[in-house]
Write a protein that binds this ligand. Structure first.
Ligand SMILES: O=c1ccn([C@@H]2O[C@H](COP(=O)(O)O)[C@@H](O)[C@H]2O)c(=O)[nH]1
Length: 272
């Protein structure tokens, strides 16, 4: 999916919500365990209940890898089931020496046909650029993450720049706002103004709303740009809103609350 298509979808749905498909067999409603593939059945019902309210789905790959071959099968079925006009994110946080990154890119962009993948920048240019060589596919580079441990390295300053700033600035020499996004946690809303100065046109994938306590309106205040420029992720807050037979309806209600707030914000910022 290209940037224009993503922006059009945001305007049509009045939403920039990304639903995180972090399906955990120990947390999904018990009645689903009777299905041949409970994880897929769970995702399928969540997708059916939310597809008109969100513009992206983000399966975190850990939740599938954990179950071996069966998990990979659930992931493949899930990605095949997501409507083709919805943006897909493999939250895999990959990145390795060049020839290995190329295989990761092939796995997620060709075999699974994801639109994008999260990539860790730690190994530098030759670990990131193999992902950028795929047409109409996106790298979402970890910049300033939502967790407490972000303080350990990401704020390290070896001179005139902190590490997350260096990541954002340097990586824009490798990619552009048509193939490169950044992960910025909603738990640090005060950082969005600085980040927007460094990356005015790139989309930001923002996890941390919902279960991690981040506030949508706070992120939008300084994080929005002329195209909206934000994909706000919520995983547990939406998919585990209910735990009985009406779980999908409860997920829909949660997603709708966020979408309604997003529609108001898009109007306030004169984006629709
Ligand atoms: O900085 C980051 C990067 C990735 N994540 C991932 O996003 C979701 C968040 O899930 P919630 O249940 O909405 O908290 C999850 O897959 C994380 O691994 C992140 O939280 N922060």
């Amino acid at each position: 999916m290209n940037k224009k298509e993503l922006i059009n979808q945001i305007k049509e749905k009045k939403s920039f919500l990304c639903v995180g498909l972090d399906a955990d067999i120990n947390k999904i409603p018990k009645h689903l365990l009777e299905f041949e593939d409970p994880i897929f059945e769970f995702n399928k019902q969540i997708i059916d209940a939310t597809k008109d309210l969100c513009v992206a789905y983000k399966p975190n790959i850990a939740f599938y890898e954990a179950y071996g071959v069966k998990g990979w099968e659930s992931l493949q079925k899930t990605i095949d089931y997501i409507p083709k006009n919805i943006f897909t994110i493999a939250d895999a946080k990959r990145g390795d020496i060049g020839n290995t990154s190329k295989m990761y890119a092939q796995a997620f962009f060709e075999t699974f046909n994801f639109d994008s993948i999260t990539v860790a920048p730690y190994m530098g240019e030759d670990s990131v650029t193999p992902f950028l060589e795929f047409k109409n596919k996106w790298v979402i580079l970890l910049a300033l993450t939502s967790n407490k441990g972000a303080d350990d390295f990401q704020f390290f300053n070896s001179g005139d720049q902190r590490l997350f700033e260096k990541v954002i600035q340097k990586s824009q020499k490798w990619g552009n706002d048509e193939n490169l996004m950044f992960v910025v946690g909603a738990t640090r809303p005060e950082m969005f103004s600085e980040i927007r100065d460094l990356a005015p046109d790139n989309f930001l994938l923002v996890p941390g709303v919902g279960a991690q306590g981040g506030e949508l309106s706070e992120v939008c205040k300084y994080g929005m740009n002329k195209d909206c420029g934000l994909l706000i992720n919520s995983s547990r807050g939406i998919i585990y809103a209910g735990n009985d037979e009406s779980f999908a309806e409860k997920s829909r209600n949660e997603a709708m609350k966020i979408q309604k707030e997003m529609a108001i914000l898009l109007e306030q910022f004169k984006l629709i």
